[in-house]
Design a protein around this ligand. Sequence first.
Ligand code: HEC
Length: 150
Amino acid sequence: MSRLVSRCVLAASIALAGASIASNLRAHGNVTPQAVNTTALPDIKPGNDTWIKVNPYRADPKVAAVAAKIGESAYGGNCARCHGLEAISGGIAPDLRYLDKGEAGDEWFIQRYQHGSVRDGKVYMPAMGDTLGQKAGWAIRTWLDTKHEE
Ligand code: HEC
C-alpha cells in the first residue's frame, strides 16, 4: 500500500472509531472513566508513560497487596460494566478470570488495557491507557491474578 493510501485508510478508521464511540456513549449511558488514585503505588520505571510488558507490582508481596486493593476498585469503576462484577463475565465481554496468569498474560493484558479493541471501525473496548494511566492498569492486573481460574 502506498504511504498516501495507508494514511487515508488510517484517517478513515480513526473517524469511524470516533463515530462509534459517540454512539456507544448514547447506547450505554454514562461511561465516564472513574479516576483511580494510585499515589500509594511505586512509580513505574523508567516512567509512568513508558509502557512496559511485565507487571511491576507482582514481585513484592506488600506492594502486590496494595495494588490488588486499588485494582479491585478500579476494576469495579471501569471494567465491571462490560466484564462483569468480580471479573465473572455475563457474556458481553470476555471473562478475565481465564487470562493467562502471571507474566505469560501480562503483555496481552496491558496492550488491550492501553489500546482497547477496535475492529473494522467498531469499538469493542475503549482504550484505557490515556485516561486511567499505566499504574492503574497494573493494579487491575494484580487484582485479576487473584481471581484467576484455569
Ligand atoms: C465497553 C465495554 C468494555 C469495557 C468498559 C472494558 N472492556 Fe475489556 N473488552 C471488551 C470487549 C468487548 C472485549 C473483546 C474485544 C475483542 O473481541 O476484540 C474486551 C477485551 C479485553 C481484554 C482481552 C481479553 C481476552 O480474553 O483476550 C482484556 C485484558 C480487557 N478487555 C481488559 C479490560 C479492563 C482491564 C477494563 C477496565 C479498565 C476493560 N477491559 C473495560 C469490552 C470492554
